[in-house]
Design a protein around this ligand. Sequence first.
Ligand SMILES: [Zn+2]
Length: 478
Amino acid sequence: MEKIELSKHVKQGDTFYTSFTDPNGLGDKLCLSSWAKSRLPEFLWIGLIIYNQGRKNGFENLYCIIKDLECEGIAIPQLSKIFELTEERQRKYWSIITQYVEKNVLMPLTTVITPDINEIFYDYFFDFSMNIDDNILKLLDIAKESNRLHDELSTDICFIVDWFYVLNGNLYISSEIDILPKALSEYYKCTHEDETMRMYRPVIRSVCQNLCNFDCSKMFSEKIWKVLGKISKCNPLRIVWDEEGKMGFYEITKKTIEYFSANNEDKKMESKYNVIMGMTCYIYKIYQEIIEKKLQNDISGRILFRTMLETYINLKYLIQQESKVPDIYDKFKAYGNGKYKLVMAKLREGKYTVSNDSQIDEKIMGLMVNEDMDEAFVNISIGYFEKTSVRNKFKECKEDKLYEIYYEYTTNFAHGFWGAVRESSMLICNNPAHLYHCVPDYNVDQKLRSVLSDCEMVMKKTFDAIANYIELPDFYNI
Ligand SMILES: [Zn+2]
């Protein structure tokens, strides 16, 4: 399907809808259907014949089969419909098939069409000497080759289904449309490589889609997938990402930080210095933890990167606001102390208690809250610092891309939203019978693309942001 541009989405409330999902448009009438999920199992027997006999022989034999079936008044392609016939007619159906097709061609189906689904079919085709694993593999092959409606085998199956409807008189062909009769009569003569097939294939498929809509049983298909899903194992695939990262910049960063610590004696008593270098160190420490603890391909790497980003934007925002709000650094510290005070006071006042082993230490928090001034003078703000949301801070710092791409993406990881869960903790199963579902990554196999290069970008931006206030060493000339 063609991708829809963001600007073509329609906003309603806090949701952007596409033209397919717009509740005032197509949205409530749209019923998503899937070829593999709801139809393919009905026609697996046709797939097996084409798969085993090849297109040419398969088509020729199926054509004869349909004609013979029609003579008996039982030319229907759907297994669920065949199973509704009387016992005698069902036996007739399969006896006609086996005039043209060896029994072992349809035998794999007995692994999924068990006696409780249809005893006649099972008794007719089951063979005690058959190798169950081989038969399951054969079905999986068919499922893989015809999983999508656009697959060549799917189109071949559609072609045969179309012919069922032509020969049983249920497909009316308008004389004004010449492409359909042509497609129906020429399709089997062409190979899939032929140029004309590009024209025939969509016609064959869309006719089949229209004809089958009401005759296929979704329930039957689901039942077959369920059995096949149960008897075949998951085959989870993981994406392998390179764990190596460029280490050069990290070494320069370490030396730059050492340079900062050896200089700047003159500034060390200033609030501004405290805040700017405190935040720079915070960003650096996270960067350092990611590298030293090799977290670059882990979930934690992404969450840590997001914190580097948020700290950087706060730092840049402070520096930018300094001319308008001269005591911005003291205010920033007081704002943070207020946040600590709120938690600490709830513990001190007994609203909640935490275990002695908890990471939270009420006394240490208390010391920090009272460090700059007695807590009696520390306000508690529950809003944003300087009433500016994170989004707006990025905007005012002209870092929209950092927000709209990097921050929004990693927010999924910080909040455990589905995209992040899917990318990091779910693996796609390569078993076609499982309809490409996802399985949880129980063995912790899936790694993520490294965050190192993005961390490097934020670290560089941090140095750029402080460069007017803190002298960078000569060797730092990136
Ligand atoms: Zn699976």
